[in-house]
Design a binder for this molecule. Sequence first.
Ligand SMILES: Cc1cc2nc3c(=O)[nH]c(=O)nc-3n(C[C@H](O)[C@H](O)[C@H](O)COP(=O)(O)OP(=O)(O)OC[C@H]3O[C@@H](n4cnc5c(N)ncnc54)[C@H](O)[C@@H]3O)c2cc1C
Ligand code: SF4
Length: 574
Amino acid sequence: MSKTIYIKKTQEKFDAIVVGSGVTGGWAAKELCEKGLKTLMVERGRPVEHRKDYVGEGVKPWEMPFRGKIERDIVDEQYYIQKQNYAFNDATKHFYANDRDHPYSTPQEKPFSWIRGNQLGGKSLLWHRQSYRWSDLDFTANAKDGHGVDWPIRYKDIESWYDYVEHHVGISGSVENIPVLPDSKFLPPFEFNAVEKDLKAKFEKKYNDRKLIMGRCAHLSKPAPHHIEQGRYQCMARNECQKGCTFGAYFSTQSSTLPAALKTNNLSIATNSIVHSVIYDPKTNRATGVRIIDSETLETREYFAKVIFLCASTLGTTHVMLNSISEAFPTGIANSSGVLGHYLMDHLYGAGANGTVPGFEDEYYSGRRPTGVYIPRFRNVTKKDADFLRGYSFAGGAAREHWSQFAYKDGFGVDFKNAIKSAGEWKFGLRGSGEMLPRYENQVSLHPTKKDKWGMPQLHIECDYSDNDIKMLNDIADTAAEMLESAGLKNVQRTVEEWPPGLSIHEMGTARMGKDPKTSILNGYNQAHDVPNLFVTDGASMASCAWQNPSLTFMALTARACNYAVEQLKLGNI
Ligand SMILES: Cc1cc2nc3c(=O)[nH]c(=O)nc-3n(C[C@H](O)[C@H](O)[C@H](O)COP(=O)(O)OP(=O)(O)OC[C@H]3O[C@@H](n4cnc5c(N)ncnc54)[C@H](O)[C@@H]3O)c2cc1C
Ligand code: SF4
């Protein structure tokens, strides 16, 4: 970033303020800037410059003091929550929030693992890039079974916005004509290996409701000219993404939306600026700006704008809203309905099965494909075929064991050395991603007494699984095991880990969309029912959580909301 875009104090009144710079904040900034709005992006974390600040990129395990592991004292004192995330290691830890500085509370019997990336770029630097559209199976789910409020939108309302964001992002995948997983204009898919091809044929022959496809992901498998123009290049399939990618081959704020926003010269950025609350003017019934705490100096400042977008991640946004208290909104801004903080959801992960695939000794693969295989939802699609509501998908993949299988085995001599050099057995696994029901009692609130080191009240999180969720987790494991056994796999292990909610890293809800201002915070354009120039476009806005990875849907909703907000500004309605 060559231009002076970082600001601290300013008298400028902006057209728009975007809080957060992750997946959704990046999109909001890009869209608003490209539509001519002078936009301030406010980010609580430090600046992270594309390429220069990917300090773990290319560092080999043997170049790290503990081969990628981190000193136990540091982990136990500073990353006791973040360490639970599968991508946390010595080469990525600087993209995770330090738990000591970012405390929150939960009831002892209801742990919640809040995984956060508090820096410029947010979790867009850390995500696994799996990108799937939702369909009307998802947007009508609440209306059909009565859990949660009806979504104010349907697939047709968002379809063109999926097209729009996918074009910019670049999604690799294959056209499959699966009604519950709408297609797109994809970049070429990554390749199946020999075992996956074989299992695809076996599963599809045995189960006429299931298809095994290549995982759709935000990777430039074959960049189009407009991706090259963004300064992004072809993915080299080295699966080192969470360390940062110099090629910009996966979508992140830094690689994709930030350069586009900067190109307009309409963007300013305030980093190390923790939004404490939204400023509200009761005379005009408008949000007029944000109060921030400088995380380095503890100074407080205010920034002003005509329209405010909250994109601070699901719980980050709701934290700010709950803390934005005024006479008009004593329980948090735009909360006349009283549902702010409620209906927290996360996906149901932790269940699946794996096993050994006999044969295929002469089959190898090269490279490290940055995606796996995927089986879209088949439960409760055309008819109710389970003793629970909603459904799940499977993600997985086949790989051959390699030298690391010997890391914990004893041995010596020529045979042992040769064994280490040869590829081992094929393994295949499936892991579910299930839909958690939206429930009022899964909620966040401000802790009455505990504060963080900057003086912000801590968030108190209460979230637990329902009977429906537990039944689904068990069905995921049973079904995965049955599929693997039916395909001839050996040593099939069924697993159900009831890991804490939050650890599935797809937290959603707490400021939901809905048709009725009495039961929801936002309307169908992610606009607060109560405060017309306040928009929430991250996961907080979701009325249900579906079974697909959500970030692509957040992006489409954000672009759509920006378009609407700018139209309304021009009409003088907000
Ligand atoms: C390891 C991992 C893998 C994942 N894989 C996938 C995947 O494959 N597919 C998928 O769809 N999703 C995936 N996700 C989830 C995905 O990362 C999130 O859905 C997405 O990043 C949410 O975007 P966001 O803009 O809401 O939040 P973020 O990207 O988290 O950005 C929020 C930003 O707001 C800032 N912020 C927070 N509070 C404040 C405040 N008070 N003031 C100022 N700034 C603030 C934060 O510092 C942060 O930069 C994964 C997540 C992780 C951790
Ligand atoms: S797999 Fe692709 S996106 Fe990931 S680090 Fe390698 S080149 Fe970059």
